[in-house]
Design a protein around this ligand. Structure first.
Ligand SMILES: [Zn+2]
Length: 113
């Protein structure tokens, strides 16, 4: 499962931070996942307890913030947030757009002691 390997890489990063900061237990991790990142929130939450077993993150609470797709139009400078994955401006129809948000997968916050 794709999400299991994502969970493992998140756990690796968090454990590395804990080692550097001499922390022994992680209480909560908050992730930001863009709606276009291809990661399923429910699948990630589902495999989280299994992936964190016997790590510093065992029993750690996972919070997932979903970030909607935001496009910036380079023609009219307006932003749009389409519900589906399209790469054109909702205001002027230009395809000269840049993905501003929606593709992220990052650790936003963690609580450890
Ligand atoms: Zn536009």
């Amino acid at each position: 499962m794709h999400e299991l390997s994502i969970a493992r890489s998140v756990i690796d990063s968090v454990e590395k931070i804990c080692q550097d900061d001499h922390l022994s237990k992680v209480k909560e991790v908050t992730l930001e996942i863009g709606s276009m990142s291809g990661v399923s929130k429910s699948a990630l939450l589902f495999c989280w307890p299994l992936a964190t077993k016997q790590t510093l993150l065992e029993d750690c609470h996972l919070v997932v913030n979903e970030i909607p797709l935001t496009l910036e139009c380079l023609a009219c400078n307006k932003q749009s947030s389409p519900d589906v994955f399209v790469m054109y401006c909702e205001h002027c129809g230009s395809s000269n757009v840049r993905m501003q948000r929606g593709n992220e997968l990052k650790i936003k916050n963690m609580e450890a002691y």
